[in-house]
Design a protein around this ligand. Structure first.
Ligand code: 3PG
Length: 217
């Protein structure tokens, strides 16, 4: 019998150099978009809970694209975490951290990448047992300099900077010892969705797979 280990937030961050931040306005886009990312080698998909169809999109991907590991982004409350998991989300990403959200995800056994932007938020998240964190919004909140400053007091924390990351600046972040991966919306451009240009999504995914990272996961 094969027993799969439970998914962890660190495993979500280790899977590829980039976690795509996905905003879907049409349910019909969900499955072909997910298949296009998987074809390009990206399996961890963050579908943001920002549109009326988001949960239905999570459900469709979970049902129809078993090669993908669909997660929910923009999870802001315990209720968001519950409904996302019920729809099929296997991990959650939040823009910030609250103790209530951390406890809910722990109770649900739903891996959470909580967002942090200050040392105090990191300390709160660590006190609740979270040490794989999203740095959000990475560029407005201090970018590379902030991550360098945090490496001293928080050597046991791994970050996924998100917000303002692009193909142009991603390599700087991926070379940092306390960065496991980055998050970004550029892998799934709105125009590609509107035009059904799935080849472009696959090509964008494929382009990031070989990006070097430190530490190698
Ligand atoms: C977001 O909240 O939309 C994410 O942080 C993605 O930001 P980006 O569009 O700058 O990649």
């Amino acid at each position: 019998m094969v027993v799969n280990p439970p998914l962890t937030a660190r495993a979500v961050m280790a899977d590829a150099p980039v976690i795509p931040v996905i905003v879907l306005h049409e349910l019909a886009h969900a499955v072909p978009m997910a298949r296009a990312l998987v074809a390009g080698g990206i399996r961890m998909l963050e579908v943001t809970l920002r549109t009326p169809v988001a949960l239905a999109c999570v459900e469709a991907i979970a049902r129809e694209v078993p090669e993908a590991v669909v997660g929910a982004g923009t999870v802001r409350s315990a209720a968001d975490a519950r409904t996302a998991q019920a729809a099929g989300a296997r991990f959650a990403v939040s823009p910030g951290f609250t103790v209530a959200l951390g406890q809910a995800c722990r109770d649900l056994q739903l891996p959470l990448l909580p967002g942090v932007a200050t040392a105090g938020e990191i300390m709160q998240a660590q006190a609740e047992g979270f040490n794989a964190l999203k740095f959000f919004p990475a560029m407005p909140a201090g970018g590379e300099a902030m991550l360098k400053a945090w490496a001293g007091p928080f050597p046991d924390v791994l970050f996924c900077p998100t917000g303002g990351i692009s193909p142009e600046n991603a390599s700087t972040f991926l070379a940092m010892p306390n960065v496991a991966c980055v998050g970004g919306s550029w892998l799934v451009p709105m125009e590609a969705l509107a035009q059904g240009d799935w080849q472009r999504v696959t090509a964008l995914a494929r382009a990031v797979l070989s990006w070097p990272r430190h530490p190698a996961p």
